[in-house]
Design a protein around this ligand. Structure first.
Ligand code: ZN
Length: 93
């Protein structure tokens, strides 16, 4: 398994959440709609945490300036940038 297929898989799950969010708009306002909103937000957060955990498993640097942590991509030797907030950090290999 490589990081590309994992990232694609996570992307598909994220797209599903987006679709569900659109469907949610069709539901009349009320207690149940609020429940659904909460559950979707929870699911979205869990996907981001899963993404970070997987990245960690592949030895990617993680940015802990926010939660869930962002994935840091290498932009130069020993320099990586957070995919979420743009934070740039130097690191030793
Ligand atoms: Zn960040």
């Amino acid at each position: 398994m490589d990081i590309d297929s994992l990232t694609k898989g996570i992307g598909l799950v994220s797209n599903t959440i987006t679709t569900l969010k659109k469907l949610k708009e069709l539901i009349p306002s009320g207690d149940k709609k609020q429940d659904i909103e909460q559950n979707l937000e929870e699911a979205e957060k869990n996907i981001k945490i899963a993404e970070a955990e997987i990245a960690k498993g592949f030895n990617f640097q993680l940015c802990y300036r926010h939660f869930p942590p962002g994935i840091m991509l290498e932009i130069a030797p020993f320099k990586s940038k957070c995919n979420t907030c743009g934070n740039v950090e130097d690191y030793d290999s």
